[in-house]
Design a protein around this ligand. Structure first.
Ligand code: FE2
Length: 385
């Protein structure tokens, strides 16, 4: 048996209104001149105004600054600009607020603060990641769970593809999960980001790596999402359900330190080539991916996923348990209006070769429940096109 590291280290504050604790927490972390990293879309929202009001309460001799240039699919220049601004203002910590993109940029910029000349495409050559400036991560969507992740997905100049910059030192020092900050997220975005969290839980649970702690977290995350996501989709002001979705999204990301699978490999090229929202791409590929895994790996793969969804599938045959669970997920996505085809979102037949080529290169499917070939990817794309 290979040795495995179990690691759940991030301090997380959860609850409606916990953002008000930020000034005291910054003081404790020794942050007196934070750089707030976000995107242009968030500036002016209620969530950002609440952050600004909260930071306005810090002591008179303290200052804070804002970098709001993060792209929806962040690029290397976003990270470089953040680091340049950080140094120019003599900042001493990062507050990343928003969806996955600002959180990823805020995380990664800290290595360039420490090593301005580092080639991000060769981040793995950097021998010393100690002493990165502290990061406070505040998500305003419930999906990627980037706030508890130790990686940062950035489109690199050298390759023009999404690169995953990974190091345990990238972890935030503090995560604040305040459901009041997600209240104004519109239903479509709420559904798509929530589907990303659901896919993280399902794919990490079925990924064949020995990690029973992550398995337990993934299954509980599925239970929370099945309960809460339809409620926030119908009523965005449901604070209890918003809170459960925030926790479930963080759980999905904790669980996928195990790894992911074929569905994320299908989804990533749909974003880089066709500009599709990551959560939507996962949602549209989820059922096809689950059917593929059920047919190619061990029967009964999804039985406990079904139980987590509240289905009575313990007495069924393995095949019936998989069938009922996949049918439930299909109906669940339909209820969230996530049952459209790729072609309704601008994906065309002529994109197929490029999509397949990138999907095969994507690392996520290396840990799928069953091996995936070029032809499998082509068939799966055709199934959902
Ligand atoms: Fe994802």
């Amino acid at each position: 048996m290979l040795p495995i590291t179990f690691s759940f280290p991030t301090t997380t504050l959860f609850g409606a209104g916990v953002l008000s604790e930020l000034p005291a927490r910054l003081e404790k972390l020794g942050i007196h001149r934070p750089l707030v990293v976000t995107d242009a879309g968030l500036v002016g929202t209620r969530a950002f105004l609440r952050l600004a009001a909260t930071l306005g309460e810090v002591k008179r001799d303290h200052s804070w600054f804002v970098y709001s240039g993060v792209h929806p699919n962040p690029i290397e220049n976003d990270v470089r600009e953040t680091a340049v601004m950080f140094r120019a203002h003599g900042c001493d910590g990062v507050i990343a607020i928003g969806g996955g993109s600002p959180l990823d940029v805020g995380k990664a910029a800290r290595i360039l603060v420490k090593r301005p000349g580092l080639d991000l495409a060769k981040f793995y050559d950097e021998p010393d990641w100690s002493g990165l400036v502290p990061l406070v991560a505040i998500p305003t969507t419930a999906g990627t769970g980037s706030e508890v992740g130790r990686s940062s997905v950035i489109t690199l100049d050298a390759t023009k593809r999404k690169g995953v910059i990974f190091h345990p030192e990238l972890l935030a020092k503090l995560v604040m999960l305040d459901p009041e900050l997600t209240m104004s997220l519109p239903p479509k975005l709420t559904a798509a980001t929530g589907a990303d969290a659901l896919t993280h839980c399902i794919e990490s649970y079925t990924c064949p790596v020995f990690h029973p702690m992550c398995d337990g977290i993934a299954l509980e995350g599925i239970g929370l999402i099945v309960d809460a996501l339809p409620r926030v989709f119908k009523n965005g002001r449901d604070l209890d359900a918003r809170g459960k979705m925030l926790v479930a999204a963080a759980m999905g990301a904790v669980a996928f330190q195990k790894d992911l699978g074929v569905i994320h490999s299908l989804a990533h090229p749909l974003s880089t080539i066709c500009g599709m929202h990551h959560g939507l791409a996962n949602a549209l590929c989820l059922v096809a991916g689950m059917k593929f895994c059920a047919a190619r790996s061990r029967p009964g793969l999804y039985r406990r996923v079904g139980v987590a969804c509240g289905l009575n599938v313990m007495q069924c045959s393995d095949e019936e348990a998989d069938h009922h669970t996949i049918a439930f997920i299909s109906d669940f996505l339909s209820g969230l209006e996530l049952n459209t085809r790729l072609r309704e979102h601008g994906v065309k037949h002529e994109h197929l070769d490029a999509l397949v080529a990138q999907a095969v290169e994507d690392p996520c499917h290396k840990t799928n429940a069953a091996p995936v070939t070029n032809e499998d990817f082509r068939q799966l794309y055709l199934e959902v096109l």
